[in-house]
Ligand binder design. Structure first.
Ligand SMILES: Nc1ncnc2c1ncn2[C@@H]1O[C@H](COP(=O)(O)OP(=O)(O)OP(=O)(O)O)[C@@H](O)[C@H]1O
Length: 273
């Protein structure tokens, strides 16, 4: 039996209730993880993990297979409950008390590695379906959009570089374009923190470069956590920002890409392999 509890993301009677409070980031921090431990059959996938992310920051997370990167995102998004430790969104929202739905509603968006767009719908319809609305007025295809909603879709299309593809079925897009569309769909939910799992896996060099530009455009407006194995990509997007190296469920090193690349412990467990 796993000691960690996988939460049910399903019917959630209190949807939006707890999490409708605005996240309080007056201290400049969007995410605080403190002493998080997750055990599976006694094995600690996360072992006293402590990490925080600043508002508007683009934080890259690297580390060898099994370091705990996915488990950390599972804790942040409410999929897995830690056996100890605290996880706060801003200063006021205790993520460990919320369901996955409530956490998404509070403003944390997660992009998994594989794109999951509606292939038979056009790009624009995908964005419309993903749009954040009052939950009593669900968006429907071909519903009349308000001017503000149409503007939001237009801005997102431009940001994800898919304006020329707006009316194409999403199934006909390239792999990279599908990934951008899915990022666009997350943006329609107006997330404050975006978690991205290996966003450039399987992309062409040109798509990878454009994704780096996109993430840098999102930085500042959103806070971003990017888990990635592609070190060239991490070096290209991190700039002078912080890179966190996870190893055996805890932070091994944190600093600029240049600093972590020169760190002997990081070379031993990860980069030197
Ligand atoms: N549901 C689970 N049951 C048992 N062990 C698990 C479970 N989920 C993860 N683990 C273990 O916890 C450790 C951390 O896994 P995790 O997937 O978080 O690592 P990761 O850093 O994301 O790895 P990768 O880079 O390969 O995706 C691994 O040893 C993994 O086998």
């Amino acid at each position: 039996m796993r000691a960690a509890i996988e939460r049910d993301a399903g019917n959630d009677a209190s949807y939006g209730h707890v999490a409708s409070r605005d996240v309080d980031t007056r201290h400049g921090v969007i995410l605080y993880l403190d002493g998080i431990t997750v055990s599976f059959d006694g094995f600690k996938a996360l072992n006293n993990l402590t990490l925080d992310i600043g508002v508007g920051e683009l934080r890259c997370i690297i580390g060898p297979n099994g370091a705990g990167k996915t488990t950390m995102m599972d804790v942040i998004t409410g999929k897995t409950a830690p056996s100890s430790g605290t996880a706060y969104f801003g200063q006021n929202i205790d993520l460990t008390t919320l369901s996955e739905t409530q956490i998404a509603h509070a403003g944390i968006g997660r992009k998994f590695q594989r794109p999951t767009v509606f292939e038979n719908h056009s790009v624009i319809e995908n964005l419309e379906l993903a749009m954040k609305t009052d939950k009593r007025v669900r968006p429907t295809l071909f519903s009349r959009l308000t001017g503000a909603q149409a503007d939001a879709i237009g801005q997102t299309l431009a940001l994800i570089r898919l304006t020329p593809e707006a009316w194409r079925p999403a199934g006909l897009l390239s792999h990279g374009q599908k990934q951008w569309l899915e990022i666009g769909m997350l943006l329609m939910q107006e997330p404050k923190l975006l978690l991205l799992d290996e966003p450039v896996a399987g992309m062409t060099d040109a798509e990878t470069e454009r994704t780096g530009e996109l993430l840098n455009e999102l930085k500042g407006r959103h806070s971003l956590m990017v888990v990635e194995h592609d070190m060239d990509f991490v070096a290209s997007i991190a700039g002078q920002g912080k890179v966190t190296v996870l190893h055996e469920g805890a932070v091994l090193a944190e600093g600029t890409m240049a600093a972590v690349q020169a760190d002997q412990r990081v070379i031993e467990v990860y980069l030197g392999r």
